[in-house]
Design a protein around this ligand. Structure first.
Ligand SMILES: *Cc1c(COP(=O)(O)O)cnc(C)c1O
Length: 389
């Protein structure tokens, strides 16, 4: 089954470009919100997945919070109308100006990742005469069983405070009068489709809460990060992530205290499916063992296959052929890793055909680069088409 796209419209736009289906985005956001149901569960959108202004405005209108990893992401979230009280600031390497900016806008919480960072935020907050609310990002040593480049919760990863250093981190936090310790945070990885690691995470967090409570520390919130995966193989049959099952895990396994909030930071599962990279076939080249479909998009437009050997379903959306052949779909950049798929079955493909690389709304356009002096990809949304009608 092929996705249904406004192909005639696509033919008028220069390639490569990202196409965002904003109706699917809104549907996904409302499904996520319906599945949370619980008022103590708060979803924050991880802007790093895609900070396209129209996506952010939909996220803001749906009343989601924001999970930001840079000062510029904080500014983008504010510009989209997301309230500072719903903005979190994460990341292992926050620069001083970014901390100052976050304090100046009085954002909800800093997710802090090391003792030196706690000290720096404590000092900057004192100088600014502000209180910084912080959550300690712990490294729970839970294996997310995903690609090792997107596994973040093992002790070998750079993220979070190791459990063995947690009590020192708590002491440091309590030492600074301008810090308010409000939560604990963990994020174990991305594209997680087998949910037992989330149960392991709940178990670790329950134990942590118990031992903190024994020391008289009460937390206003727990943050379990993001990581919910999507179905990259079958985007037409499974366009929406399994939010129901995901939130149920936490409802059943995490022990929230009276009045405590549970924060989620979802990126991929909210925006991946609504994005498609459209590229034109430049040449079909017969190699000795392979047939290459050389396209005008490259790893500079969509890095995930080169970076994590990620799979994206590819469809030829203009071929009228009923025959299929296998192609290596490759870009023009001078790197062997500039390859979107190996031996991928496509309807017989010719120069000029348009290919759709599916489920590229997350970590697609956001990771684009100018390598080889290539232009950044452009983007279009379903909204533009409705305006033309
Ligand atoms: C990237 C990231 C997220 C979002 O992850 P997804 O897999 O896209 O849901 C959430 N929290 C933190 C700390 C992250 O680094």
């Amino acid at each position: 089954m092929r996705g249904s796209f406004p192909v005639e419209q696509f033919k008028t736009w220069s390639t490569p470009f990202y196409y965002y289906d904003l109706e699917l985005l809104e549907h996904t956001l409302s499904r996520a919100l319906m599945s949370v149901s619980d008022v103590s569960f708060l979803i924050h959108y991880a802007l790093k997945a895609n900070a396209h202004a129209q996506i952010l405005s939909r996220v803001s209108r749906a009343n989601l919070g924001a999970d930001c990893v840079s000062g510029n992401e904080i500014l983008a979230a504010l510009a989209a109308g997301i309230a500072p009280a719903r903005i979190l600031f994460a990341g292992v390497g926050k620069a001083d100006w970014e901390i100052e900016l976050a304090l100046q806008h009085d954002i909800a919480c800093f997710n802090v990742e090391s003792i030196p960072e706690i000290q720096v935020i404590g000092e900057i907050a004192a100088r600014a005469g502000k209180t910084a609310r912080i959550a300690l990002r712990v490294n729970p040593n839970v294996n997310a069983h995903t690609h090792h480049y997107i596994t973040t919760g093992l002790t070998e990863n750079k993220f979070g405070i190791p459990l063995s250093a947690l009590s020192a981190a708590i002491d440091t936090s309590l030492h600074y009068p301008h810090l308010s310790l409000e939560g604990i945070h963990a994020h174990i990885g991305s594209q997680i489709v087998e949910f037992s690691p989330f149960k392991d995470l709940c178990r670790v967090l329950n134990d942590l809460q118990d031992s903190m409570a024994a020391c008289g520390i009460y937390l206003k919130h727990i943050n379990v990060g993001g990581g919910l995966g999507i179905n990259y193989e079958h985007p037409n049959h499974h366009p929406v992530a399994d939010f129901e099952a995901y939130f149920r895990i936490f409802r059943e396994h995490l022990h929230l205290r009276e009045g405590q909030k549970l924060h989620f930071e979802l990126g991929r599962s909210l925006v991946a499916a609504c994005g498609t990279l459209i590229t034109k076939v430049l040449y079909v080249k017969e190699g000795e063992q392979k047939t290459f479909a050389i396209v005008d998009a490259a790893m500079t437009d969509l890095l995930r296959p080169a970076l994590y050997q990620a799979y994206h379903r590819i469809e030829n959306i203009t071929s009228v052929s009923t025959e299929a052949r296998v192609y290596d779909v490759v870009g023009p950049v001078c790197e062997s890793s500039d390859l979107f798929a190996r031996d991928f079955p496509l309807a017989t493909t010719c120069r000029g055909d348009l290919l759709a690389l599916r489920s590229t709304g997350a970590y697609g356009e956001a990771m684009a680069s100018g390598y080889n002096l290539r232009a950044l990809p452009t983007s279009h949304t379903s909204e533009e088409i409705f305006h033309h009608k």
